[in-house]
Design a protein around this ligand. Structure first.
Ligand SMILES: Nc1ncnc2c1ncn2[C@@H]1O[C@H](COP(=O)(O)OP(=O)(O)OP(=O)(O)O)[C@@H](O)[C@H]1O
Ligand SMILES: [Mg+2]
Length: 388
C-alpha cells in the first residue's frame, strides 16, 4: 500500500484522506497545528511549519513517502525539485506546486508562453511603481500580492485615492518574502467557473462538468454543478485547461479558474489539487468526487470516465467569532431537509469567517440548479457556530 505524505490537513485534505483510507492507503497528515481535520482521520499526524525547508526535508527523510501531496500553497515548494531528484513523486509535480504558489510564475506561463487569454496585467514593487502600473492598466483594476490566497491582501482600485491603500493592504496580506504585487484589469465577467481537470499517468485528460461559484471577501460562498454555459465556451476553457496542466506536468486533479465575459473566456489561475468550490462533488454529483479522482490519478488507477449523476450545490458554513470550543446549532433543520447533506470539518477553533462546514444539496438531472443553490444557501445560513 502507498504511503502518502499530505502537506496541509484542512477540509480538503480530510476528504482526500477519507478517500485514501477507504481503499487502504496510509496517510501522514501534516499541518501547523494539532488535531487539524485530516489529522483526525490519518494514520499518523505531524505538526511543522511547512515554510521551513529544513523541517520539510526532515519530514520527507523520516517518512520516505511514495507520494508527496500538497494540500495548501504555503509550503517551501522550492524543495520539491530536490525531492524529485531524489526519486520522490510530488503531486502533481514540483513545477506545478512551485509555479502555482506564485502568481507571477503562473501568469507569465499562461499569458506569455502558452498564449492564453488573461486579464491585462502588470507587476509593481512599490507604491510608486503601482501608480505607473495602474495608469497603464486603467481603472478599475485588482491588486494582489504575488503570494497569497483566499483573497488575502487583494483589493480593487477604483480611483487614484485607492492606490496607496491598495499597496499597504497588499503588504499586510502577503504570505511570501516578496513585496511584489500583480495589478490586473478588472474583468467584468458574467460568471466565473472552476473546471476540475484530471490528468492521468497513462490516460487522457478528463474534465468534470463545470462548477459555478460566487465569491465574497475572497472566498467562495456557494458553488454549483453544472454551471449552465454554452458548449463552445466550455470547450474553449477545456482547451486552455489542457494546455496549462500539460505545461505544468504531472497527474492529479486541478481546479482551473476562468472568468466568462461578453468578449470570451479568461484564464484566471489554477490549483494543482482539488479545489474548495469542488466540494460540491461531495453532493454525489459525479460518479467519483474530486478527492476520489485525485487519489486515483495519484495512484495511477485508470479513470475510464467522469459522469454527471445529478445536479448539486454547496454552501459554506462560516464562524462569526473566535472560539476554542466551537459547537453547532441548527443541524437538525438541515438534516430534516430532503436531498440535503452536510459536512462539519471538526476544526478545533473558530475565528470570524473561518469555514467550518458545508451544506450540500442536490436534485435529479434536469432539475433547477438555481433552486438547488438557493436551498443550500438558506440552509447554511441557519447553522450557527457558537462558542460554549
Ligand atoms: N481581474 C479580476 N477581475 C474581476 N474579478 C476578479 C479579478 N481577479 C480576481 N477576481 C475575483 O476575486 C476572486 C479571487 O481571486 P483569485 O482567485 O485571483 O484570488 P485567490 O486569493 O487566489 O483566491 P483563492 O485562492 O481563494 O482561489 C476571483 O474568484 C474573482 O471573483
Ligand atoms: Mg482563486
Amino acid at each position: 500500500m502507498a504511503k502518502i505524505l499530505l502537506l496541509g490537513s484542512g477540509e480538503l485534505g480530510k476528504e482526500f484522506t477519507i478517500a485514501a483510507k477507504r481503499i487502504g492507503q496510509t496517510v501522514i497528515a501534516v499541518d501547523s497545528y494539532e488535531n487539524a481535520p485530516a489529522a483526525q482521520i490519518a494514520d499518523i499526524s505531524e505538526v511543522i511549519n511547512m515554510l521551513d525547508g529544513n523541517a520539510l526535508d526532515a519530514l520527507v527523510e523520516k517518512h520516505k513517502p511514495d507520494y508527496i501531496v500538497p494540500e495548501i500553497e504555503a509550503i517551501r515548494t522550492e524543495r520539491f525539485y530536490e525531492y524529485e531528484k531524489q526519486g520522490y513523486t510530488v503531486i502533481p509535480s514540483a513545477k506545478a506546486a512551485n509555479f502555482t504558489m506564485n502568481r507571477k510564475a503562473i501568469r507569465d506561463l499562461a499569458a506569455n508562453e502558452l498564449g492564453l487569454k488573461t486579464a491585462k496585467y502588470r507587476y509593481a514593487t512599490s507604491a510608486e511603481s503601482l501608480k505607473n502600473a495602474v495608469s497603464e492598466i486603467g481603472m478599475p483594476c485588482v491588486v494582489k500580492p504575488l503570494m497569497s490566497s483566499s483573497g488575502k491582501g487583494q483589493s480593487t482600485i477604483k480611483t487614484e485615492a485607492d492606490i496607496e491603500k491598495a499597496w499597504k493592504y497588499s503588504q499586510e496580506g502577503s504570505r511570501g518574502d516578496v513585496a511584489e504585487v500583480i495589478v490586473e484589469a478588472f474583468v467584468n465577467f458574467n460568471y466565473e467557473i472552476t473546471l476540475l481537470t484530471v490528468t492521468q499517468r497513462n490516460g487522457i485528460t478528463l474534465f468534470c462538468p463545470p462548477i459555478g461559484h460566487r465569491q465574497e471577501r475572497g472566498d467562495y460562498m456557494e458553488s454549483w454543478q453544472p454551471a449552465p454555459m454554452k458548449n463552445e465556451i466550455l470547450e474553449e476553457a477545456q482547451q486552455m485547461a489542457e494546455k496549462v496542466t500539460t505545461a505544468l506536468s504531472g497527474c492529479g486533479v486541478w481546479g482551473v479558474e476562468f472568468f466568462v465575459a461578453d468578449d470570451g473566456v479568461y484564464f484566471s489561475e489554477l490549483s494543482p489539487r482539488p479545489h474548495d468550490t469542488g466540494m460540491v462533488t461531495l453532493a454525489k454529483t459525479q460518479n467519483f468526487n474530486e478527492f476520489e479522482l485525485h487519489l486515483r490519478a495519484i495512484l495511477g488507477l485508470p479513470i475510464s470516465e467522469i459522469t454527471q449523476e445529478r445536479i448539486g450545490s454547496s454552501a459554506v458554513i462560516l464562524a462569526m467569532e473566535n472560539s476554542e470550543n466551537p459547537t453547532y446549532e441548527g443541524l437538525e433543520k438541515v438534516a430534516a431537509s430532503p436531498k440535503t447533506d452536510f459536512r462539519i470539518f471538526g476544526k478545533p477553533t473558530s475565528r470570524p469567517f473561518r469555514r467550518m462546514g458545508v451544506v450540500l444539496t442536490h436534485d435529479n438531472l434536469g432539475g433547477d440548479i438555481s433552486e438547488v443553490t438557493e436551498k443550500a444557501k438558506n440552509l447554511a445560513s441557519q447553522i450557527k457556530v457558537i462558542s460554549e
